[in-house]
Design a protein around this ligand. Structure first.
Ligand code: AMP
Length: 280
């Protein structure tokens, strides 16, 4: 496994990489969710590239860019174990030199949910991922359903701008109690960690109601709201039941839909989602 810190080194290694290339973009602090993507990439690609870059442009003012956990040594050990070929971990100025002055922006998909709560967030994500695709030129790029809106936004960018990469979405990996793995779970105190289990419980309750035949979006969101409201440490950001493609709010679930939530637990903001599909 080679660790590359500059664009020049990456370009050289890419040019020499044999066969098909799979890319897994990450911000590091790797957990089993990230590693599940690496394993998918490993199974399908001749060369696996993992990027580790805490991207400053996708954090808003007052968000957790500075305190975002950085665990490079452990990350590299885990990636070596998974048989990764190349790790691209550039310093910030390599990606954003002083005169950097361009953005990539996706339209309406980025204006709701996370985009509404975190203005500019997706512009940062699409800009850095566009750069990573140009640099790595992967055949496939692996992303988690955990960040459901991000996955859809990046699929849209790839389609609209004709990037020659297949975006592969992968299921959310969860702890035994249902909490979705996230680098930000590290911020939680033991009491908050216990409280956070309300998130998967709320989503599961809605899934159960959906399974029993409920199709009214407001009623399904109400099930989630009732559960989340019962946890004093949880503060609801949003509860959304939206068309899985357009992310437009639904009144009824007649096709594939994404039920997503943002919940603040103490000072930590967590997101999660499930897909509901009639007849699935
Ligand atoms: P991040 O390091 O948070 O930017 O995440 C890098 C990639 O890992 C993204 O495509 C995420 O959607 C994905 N990811 C994060 N958490 C999970 C999880 N619990 N299960 C599956 N994929 C995940």
């Amino acid at each position: 496994m080679r660790l590359l810190k500059s664009i020049a080194e990456l370009r050289e290694a890419r040019a020499a990489a044999p066969g098909s290339v799979g890319l897994v973009p990450t911000m590091g602090c790797l957990h089993e969710g990230h590693l599940s993507l690496v394993r998918l990439a490993r199974a399908k690609s001749d060369t696996v590239v993992v990027s580790i870059f805490v991207n400053p442009t996708q954090f808003g003012p007052g968000e957790d860019f500075e305190r975002y956990p950085r665990t490079m040594e452990a990350d590299l050990a885990a990636l070596e174990q998974e048989g990764v070929d190349l790790v691209f971990a550039p310093p910030v100025h390599e990606i954003y030199p002083d005169d950097f002055d361009s953005v990539v922006e996706v339209g309406s998909l980025t204006r709701r949910l996370e985009g509404e709560a975190r203005p500019g967030h997706f512009r940062g994500v699409t800009t850095v991922v566009a750069k990573l695709i140009n640099l790595v030129q992967p055949d496939r790029m692996y992303m988690g359903e955990k960040d459901g809106q991000q996955l859809r936004v990046l699929r849209k960018m790839v389609k609209d701008l004709n990037f020659a990469v297949e975006v592969v979405g992968a299921p959310t990996i969860r702890e035994a109690d249902g909490l979705a793995l996230s680098s930000r779970n590290r911020y939680l105190t033991p009491e908050e960690r216990r409280a956070a289990t309300v998130i998967p419980r709320a989503l599961a309750a809605a899934r159960e109601r959906f399974g029993a035949g409920e199709r009214d979006a407001r009623s399904l969101c109400e099930v989630v709201r009732a559960q989340l409201s019962a946890e004093p440490l949880a503060q609801i950001g949003y509860i959304s039941l939206a068309d899985s493609e357009t992310l437009e709010d639904l009144e009824r679930v007649d096709g594939r839909a994404m039920l997503s939530v943002a919940v603040q637990i103490g000072s930590t903001r967590l997101i999660d989602n499930i897909v509901l599909e009639p007849g699935a």
